[in-house]
Design a protein around this ligand. Structure first.
Ligand code: BTN
Length: 256
């Protein structure tokens, strides 16, 4: 289904997030595009790039994010660099899940630490926040990809598996509405209430997991997240470890 910019604008309720939208039939990557534009001309905070397809979409650790035409929602928002001090990935996850649950009328959509949207034990979407620092036009490209069609990959799922997938224009407006509302709440309440909302939507806590982190891999019970969004793991010997970034699977090998 085509992305209708007028419908998007009608559904957008924000003051600044998404007020400048650039829609493309195809881009290499919406994250890469925003970073290029910021370097070249500067970008206003809240600018959004959305593409029907990406030819070089990527995810965490440089993994390919398959982005076939109309098979998913692929977009990035340009946010102030100061937000790298806040748990931005958790914020984006809560905003996306809140919007998708409302649009799809289901609670089956959930979060997996740290940047995955999941459904029925499979990956539905992902979040990639990339900072452009040390530059006058610095900022953060916050990219989100959500599958509509179920990908070939064994562990993927698309919204279409749950019923009629919503229009991409409505999805984008809904997510951006919740993103800006979440940013407002962060200012008022601080990070802890956001982390509590994330925990209530997450499938990771209370399960036995294997963590692959930069300093090695280990197993334990995923117990909690800190205010900054790091995962707290309790090992079998009772010791606790805190992991700021990495990938997590169930100890039995399942994705989540
Ligand atoms: C992940 O799960 O590793 C994160 C995937 C992020 C994919 C999105 S799609 C829109 C934006 N553009 C990209 O190239 N990546 C992000």
């Amino acid at each position: 289904m085509t992305f209708d910019v007028d419908r998007f604008q009608d559904a957008l309720e924000t003051r600044w997030v998404g007020r400048r939208l650039r829609h493309f039939a195809s881009l290499d990557s919406t994250n890469a595009y925003l970073k290029r534009e910021a370097r070249a001309e500067g970008l206003e905070a809240g600018s959004v790039a959305v593409a029907d397809a990406q030819t070089a979409g990527y995810g965490q650790r440089g993994r390919v994010w398959v982005s076939a035409p109309h098979d998913g929602l692929y977009f990035s928002v340009w946010l102030p660099l100061s937000l790298t001090q806040r748990p931005l990935t958790l914020l984006a996850g809560v905003a996306a899940v809140t919007a998708l649950r409302a649009l799809m009328q289901t609670d089956e959509i959930a979060l997996k630490w740290v940047n995955d949207l999941v459904c029925r034990g499979r990956k539905l979407g992902g979040i990639l926040a990339e900072a452009l620092a040390g530059h006058a036009a610095g900022g953060v490209a916050l990219g989100i990809g959500i599958n509509l069609a179920t990908p070939e990959a064994l562990e993927g799922i698309g919204l279409g598996a749950l019923g009629e997938a919503p229009r991409r224009d409505a999805m984008l407006a809904g997510i951006l509405n919740h993103l800006e509302a979440g940013l407002d709440r962060l200012d008022l309440e601080g990070d802890r209430p956001l982390c509590d909302r994330w925990k209530a939507m997450a499938v990771t806590l209370g399960t036995d997991v294997r963590v692959e982190a930069a300093n090695g891999s280990f197993e334990g019970r995923a117990e909690d997240i800190t205010d900054s969004g790091a995962l707290v793991i309790r090992a079998a010997d009772g010791s606790r470890r805190t992991v700021a970034s990495g990938t997590v699977r169930r100890s039995d090998g399942r994705y989540c």
